[in-house]
Each structure stands twice: as structure tokens, then as C-alpha cells.
Unconditional design. Structure first.
Length: 276
């Protein structure tokens, strides 16, 4: 069997630095390089990752997620205003309400004993009990005002151009009531609404020829429909932040605000959160 020298007086050239070192101080790295012990580098552990199984995600006890119940929404100060003398219609300001045409809403006053709610104070001859009616109300998006006109031409259910008003007075697009309220369509353009029959359309402006601009038909879950020349068009300003309902009461003077700080809107029946 061949014998090897001990190399006590031999030198070796490092594969890393190219310098000469005593042969018996040299070591072989993990990658096969012959280097001085002062240059030795261990293998990076991430070069040999350990196999791992995917983290478990399934749970042993589950149940389907419940739909979130429509909850109470506390409204801003004096959110309710009467329309006019002799009318039971009230306007409600609810910032960015997200409610649809024909949906139900019930108003409540401050909470009372054992989870019950008190009625709000009377407003302009309409009693708190009439406003907080147990059966709630179906809503019409937009602020109800007295401004109406007619259209001059017949339109079909898909038409968005050529919708011309007999009079544009009072139909100008308003700014939001408060700086934080939402009164905008795509592109940040303020919108107004018009109710014709059971359809609510929205628009972004009116030309000098009284033609509606930026029209979208059948909004707020209403159904777009054909309308004939002479049909009534009712102005509904700021439909994203306002809606109106008809109570059983009668206002004395109209244009009176009320409701205070503790008025809320919500579903007719409140649901408990948790398993039903």
C-alpha cells in the first residue's frame, strides 16, 4: 500500500485566495474547494431546505357563516325634515345610506328599559309614534321637494340621451349637504335623481337645451321603463344621502327639522347576533 508524506514542510495554494499556506492547515470545503482553515465557510443551510408539509387549514368543527343582520344606524343631528304643510312626507338625511328603492326601514328613538326603544319627539305636528311606526316604511331614494316638470319627448327603457325637460328650473345638481357626505358618481361627479313613474334615473348635469347629461337608468334597484312625452319628472336631489317616506301624520308648516341626536334607522325586526 502506498505511503503519503505528512506534509510538515509542504505548502498548498488556496482555491479561494490563491495564497500559499502550510499544507497541514488546509481543509476541504463542502463544495470541494481546498482552502486554509481561516477561509473555511460552512454550507448555507438554505441550500438544503428540509422538506415540509403544507400547514393544515381545515377545522374539525365549523358552521356556515351567517349573513350579517341589518343593524341600527345612528343618524346625524336632526336628520328628519317635514316637506310641506298638510303633507305626511318626511325627508331623512342618512349619509351614504346604500338603501334601495322600495326597501323597508324603521326609525327608533333613544333606547329605554329592557331593550325597548322610545319614540322620538314630535316634529311639526307629526307625532313621534307616527315617525317610529311599528311597521316601518318603504323608502324612495332622494330628497323629496316640490319641484316637478315634464319630459318633452317619448323615451324607451334603455335611452340615456335625448331626455329633455320642459323646464330645468330647480333641477340643477346640488353639492353634498356636508363635506363628508357622498353625492358622487364615477369620476367624482355630483348627481341628482329624477323619479318618473316607479323608475329613478340619475344624471350629472343639464345642457342649455334642458337635456339631461350623464344619465343612468333604473338606479337604486328601480326598473327602467318607457315614458311618453308629457310624463311627470320629479326632482330628487342627492339620492345617495337622502330618502323620503310617507307617514300617517300631517305637518303643520313644513320644512321643519327634528329628531335630535338619538334617532336611528334600521330593519323592522332586529335580529340577535349569533346562532339563531
Amino acid at each position: 500500500m502506498a505511503r503519503f508524506a505528512q506534509g510538515r514542510y509542504s505548502l498548498a495554494i488556496s482555491d479561494i485566495s490563491g495564497q500559499a499556506f502550510p499544507w497541514n492547515e488546509m481543509v476541504t470545503q463542502w463544495n470541494g474547494l481546498f482552502v486554509h482553515f481561516s477561509e473555511f465557510e460552512s454550507k448555507q443551510p438554505q441550500l438544503d431546505p428540509k422538506p415540509s408539509a403544507a400547514d393544515p387549514t381545515a377545522l374539525t368543527t365549523t358552521r356556515p357563516q351567517q349573513d350579517s343582520p341589518d343593524s341600527l344606524r345612528f343618524l346625524s343631528f336632526n336628520p328628519i325634515s317635514t316637506l310641506s304643510a298638510g303633507s305626511g312626507i318626511i325627508n331623512i338625511f342618512e349619509e351614504n345610506h346604500g338603501r334601495q328603492y322600495g326597501s323597508f326601514v324603521k326609525f327608533r328613538g333613544p333606547s329605554g328599559i329592557a331593550g325597548a326603544f322610545n319614540n322620538i319627539a314630535n316634529i311639526d305636528g307629526i307625532t313621534g309614534a307616527q315617525i317610529c311606526d311599528l311597521n316601518g316604511f318603504t323608502i324612495i331614494p332622494g330628497k323629496r321637494i316640490s319641484t316637478t316638470t315634464t319630459i318633452t319627448t317619448t323615451i324607451d327603457a334603455t335611452q340615456t340621451t335625448g331626455i329633455i325637460l320642459t323646464s330645468a328650473t330647480g333641477f340643477g345638481v346640488e353639492s353634498p349637504r356636508t363635506p363628508g357626505s357622498v353625492n358622487f358618481f364615477s369620476g367624482g361627479t355630483p348627481i341628482n335623481g329624477i323619479k318618473m313613474g316607479t323608475e329613478i334615473l340619475v344624471y350629472t348635469g343639464i345642457s342649455i337645451t334642458k337635456e339631461l347629461e350623464g344619465v343612468v337608468r333604473g338606479t337604486f334597484s328601480s326598473t327602467a321603463a318607457a315614458h311618453t312625452a308629457g310624463d311627470t319628472a320629479r326632482c330628487l336631489p342627492d339620492p345617495l344621502n337622502n330618502y323620503n317616506v310617507t307617514t300617517a301624520g300631517t305637518a303643520i308648516s313644513g320644512q321643519t327639522r327634528g329628531g335630535g341626536y338619538n334617532t336611528s334607522s334600521g330593519p323592522v325586526t332586529l335580529k340577535a347576533i349569533g346562532p339563531q
